[in-house]
Ligand binder design. Sequence first.
Ligand code: AHG
Ligand code: MN
Ligand code: MN
Length: 355
Amino acid sequence: MAVLWSASVKTLARHDSRTPDVEIRMTTRHDFSENLMSLQSHILLEEAKHPRASGDFTWIVSAISLAAKSIANQVRRARLSGSIGQFGETNVQGEEQQKLDVIANEAIMRCLGTRASVAVLASEEDDEPTILRKGSEGGKYCVLFDPLDGSSNLDTGVGVGTIFSILRNDPNIPDAQTTVCQPGSKQVAAGYILYGSSTIFVLTTDSGVALFELDPYIGSFLLVKDNLRIPTANKVYSVNEAYASSFPQGYQNYLAWAHQNGYSSRYIGSMVADVHRILLTGGVFMYPPTKKNPEGKLRYLYEASPMAFIIERAGGLAYSGAIPTLEHLPQRVHERVPVLMGSRDEVTKVREFLR
Ligand code: AHG
Ligand code: MN
Ligand code: MN
């Protein structure tokens, strides 16, 4: 006998003459923890906690979620639509742009460009931040983003992501470079979207970290887990170990210690995917300085800072050199920093070797 709708239950009709094989059950007391919650509803609820909130922030996150759905769709069909491969130009950082880097960048620009409260957009793929409107014209926020993280992995179908950071625009600062150069602790919100075996949206605002999954059949990101916490320890490190001989000695000593102490290694080469795994299952993610990249490879404003914000809000730790990543004050939009983040005990252990 099929059950159409069940929970903790009261049978309404055991023998319905029109559908004799169907048992219809209904709750007397509904379990509201099992209700569906969309990303949009989640942000509206968050906003309702702030009586003076204008709704601008909700518009921005909803624009990012629209862009994310568009990018997810294009990443999933990349081979069929011929958008795998290099675009044929390098960005300001000297990196080969993939076609999908450019497509993702445009998707975000188009979705955010029309939002009235966005003052400045800064992207990994653009030399300079784009000023959309001044503070006096209603520009309240700056949105910084890595449109497609891990894009060199695209041609092998590996998980890639989008990272974003939302900062307040200081209306007294006329120049866009200066207004976006804020320490990570000033972020209003940050998040990432992982285009993996499913499409995951992780968002942090001032009330914790929430994880949503895209239901492709209804086109909505639905809440899977609220108030996400990173495990305090797990014997896993995520680093490009092939560069170990060019890491500072402390990292090399840590790795030698980890080899002797039952650690496992996981490295995808897409920061979003690597950090997402660490967030859910614990461990430590690192991109140390190397001879090739003495400042580290990852960019502060749209890679290190937002991911550190998420990890710290989930109860983990994040350091760039000797200081917490969120306390670093960047001087340039595309500035790079070393990255060490993850479970509290694991980050602390690495830092013992770096002193
Ligand atoms: P992006 O694709 O946005 O340029 O970022 C690539 C980054 C990051 O995702 C990853 O952690 C790192 O590059 C991998 O670098 P290596 O190949 O040097 O390990
Ligand atoms: Mn990146
Ligand atoms: Mn990128």
